[in-house]
Each structure stands twice: as structure tokens, then as C-alpha cells.
Write a protein that binds this ligand. Sequence first.
Ligand SMILES: NC(=O)C1=CN([C@@H]2O[C@H](COP(=O)(O)OP(=O)(O)OC[C@H]3O[C@@H](n4cnc5c(N)ncnc54)[C@H](O)[C@@H]3O)[C@@H](O)[C@H]2O)C=CC1
Ligand SMILES: CC(=O)[C@H](N)C(=O)O
Length: 375
Amino acid sequence: MPVVRALTKVAKKALLTPGCGCQVSAVAVRHVSFSPRQVTNASDASFHSVSFSETDHPKVLITGGLGQLGAGLAKLLRKRFGKNNVILSDIRKPPTHVFHSGPFIYSDILDYKNLREIVVNNRITWLVHYSALLSAVGEANVALARAVNITGLHNILDIAAEHGLRLFVPSTIGAFGPTSPRNPTPDLCVQRPRTIYGVSKVHAELMGEYYHHRYGLDFRCLRYPGIISADSQPGGGTTDYAVQIFHDAVKTGKFECNLKPDTRLPMMYIDDCLRATLEVMEAPAETLSMRTYNINAMSFTPDELAQEVQKQLPDLQITYKIDPVRQAIADSWPMNFDDSNARNDWRWKHDYDLPELVQTMLNFIGSESQVAQVS
Ligand SMILES: NC(=O)C1=CN([C@@H]2O[C@H](COP(=O)(O)OP(=O)(O)OC[C@H]3O[C@@H](n4cnc5c(N)ncnc54)[C@H](O)[C@@H]3O)[C@@H](O)[C@H]2O)C=CC1
Ligand SMILES: CC(=O)[C@H](N)C(=O)O
């Protein structure tokens, strides 16, 4: 098999070369990295990488940037690294305010050559890979979820390794399953998820860690809980109810919940999630004892969330109409997340607990709805 032979030859060469990706220091890792795909495609494989010393700031590409989290992350990173150093990308047309807030580019993660062109032409040094189909939409379209979440990830990994990028791929509480310890769920335990979303995320964790050890890829991964945001809509997950309740409470005073009242899941306000992402990306490599970390902030049930919202909006009426697909998923996920390794290694600390989350969401959505009524 020529592919295997070529790989073996190059791997041997790399192992004999000082600074091979296997046991090198963090600095060397950034300078020497290679991708199996480039090696097998090009006979004169040159292991190009852009080192951070060439630029003052990282040059960041965010894939899947028009979802719930991407625009918020772009805003945070642009504040830190400059507007033009952060490129948002997606396959959808950006809304006007996003289009005018900084560089946006079309990028389909299933198109390997186009991705490579973007990385090369823009001298990208950090890649934040947000494209994915989430848990509920993934179950509704398994073939597409498999393509985007698994084939797409392979493209991302190869391009990141080939160009010496620092790569962030989020994982999720959904990477665990019914046989995992659920209360609390530690970083290292049985992971046998029952959704294509979860399976693809375990695959991403393992592939990223493998590329780190095998090729020196600077892979970093956080397992996010359900993320709650006021100014962006969730993309079809099991935890979406915890965003929708705020919008419905303010707009109609009624909310129909698709999970049972006692379904406990780990959750986090978006500002904490995005800050954690920046912090782990900036953490010195020697502080990271692992490449995949749980992060957490709070854990609540629909009933507990509704009671907290009712402290501010006492007339809110809650009814329950259970979605069997989402309920089965939620019942297999962690109830509480143990994030002590993140807290110890790189000093992760959340700012928002349930009362602050509820106050912040209601303030934001309430003021938006007042503006809408005036105009
Ligand atoms: N929002 C949450 O509660 C959590 C999110 N995560 C992870 O964080 C990441 C971002 O999540 P969200 O923003 O909530 O997701 P989302 O579902 O809101 O957005 C995903 C984006 O990926 C894009 N996309 C789909 N196919 C694509 C393709 N072929 N090429 C390029 N882009 C494509 C979509 O157009 C969409 O804008 C995902 O990887 C997700 O698994 C993890 C745990 C919790
Ligand atoms: C927790 C997640 O990964 C996401 N919000 C989902 O519910 O699918």
C-alpha cells in the first residue's frame, strides 16, 4: 500500500529529525508539524508552519461562526487581538450586523482545498472549529451529522497539523452516555454516548489527542455544558429549552418545556464559556496536563430554572410537553460535571451562577423587547 509506505517513510524521517512532534517542547511543536494528508499528496512535502513570533497576535479563523457561539467569540477575540485578526466563516449568509463587525468569509468545512486556501492566504495561526450539527438535529439527520462532525473534523485536523496551527475543538456533556457516572461526571471515565453527536465528539477528542501525541498538533478541547445566551439562538440541541424559556417568558408570559421538570443538566452562561475558550487557548502548554477538559458553572432542572425566573416574572406559566427524543438524550447525559482539573491546571473559574444568569438574561431580553416596542 503506497500510502502506508509513504507515511512510514516520512514518520521514520521525522523521528530521526530533531524536534519531531512526538516529545518536543511547546515551542518546537509550533514550528514542526505535518499532516498525513499533505505527506501522501506531495512528494516534496515541506512542513510549513507560521510561528507566533512572526506576528504580534494570533490570526484566528472560526468555522461555523454564525451559530449560537461564533459571533460572540469573534467579538471577544477581536477586542483582544484586533478586528482584522479574527475571521468568522460559515456556509450561511451573515446577518448585516455580523457582516459589518469584521472579516467574514464563506467556508464549507467539507471542502478541504478551500479550507487550506483560506488558512494559507490569511496566514491563520489559530483555528476555532465550531461547525457541527448538535444533538437533536443530528438525530434527525444522521448522515449529514456524520459528514459534518466527522469528515469535516478530519479536514480540520489535517489542515491544522499541516500548517502548525493551534486548534480548538469544543466537545460537550453529550460526549458521555448512560453508562458514564452522571453525578458528577469526571474527565476520564466510560464514554459510550447514544447519539451521533456524542459519538462524533468522542471521536474528535480522541483524534485531536492522537494528532497531538503523534504529530505534535497543539490541540485544545473543552467539554462545554449547555450554553445559555440572550442575543444568539441555539442551533438544535437538547439544552435549548433553557434559552427559549427567557424569550417566551418576556414575550408571552407562557412557556412549554420539552423536557421533564426534574431533568438535571450542567449549564453555563455564554460569557463564561467564551472566556474559558480564550483562557485555555492562551494557557501555556506546560500548564495543560490534559488536552480535553470538562468545564462547568451550574446545574439545574427546568423546574428550578422556572422558579428562579418566576422570582422576577411571577405570572410566568409553565407547561410540559415532553419530546421523547430530547428526553432520552438528556436522561443519558451528565447531571453534574466535575471540572476540578480545569480549575487546578489553568485556574478556570465561572462568574455566573443561576441567579446572576437569570437576572442577566431577563435584563437583556427585556431591554431588547422594550426597544422593539418603541420602534
Ligand atoms: N451551544 C451549546 O450549548 C454547545 C455547543 N457546543 C459546541 O460548540 C460548537 C458551536 O456550537 P453552536 O454555535 O451552538 O452551534 P450551532 O448549531 O448554533 O452552529 C453551528 C454552525 O455550523 C455551521 N455549519 C454546518 N455545516 C457546516 C459546514 N459544512 N461547513 C461550515 N459550517 C457549517 C452552521 O451553519 C452553523 O452556523 C459546536 O461544535 C458544538 O458542538 C458544545 C456544547 C454545548
Ligand atoms: C450540550 C450541547 O452540546 C448542545 N447544547 C446540545 O444540547 O446538543
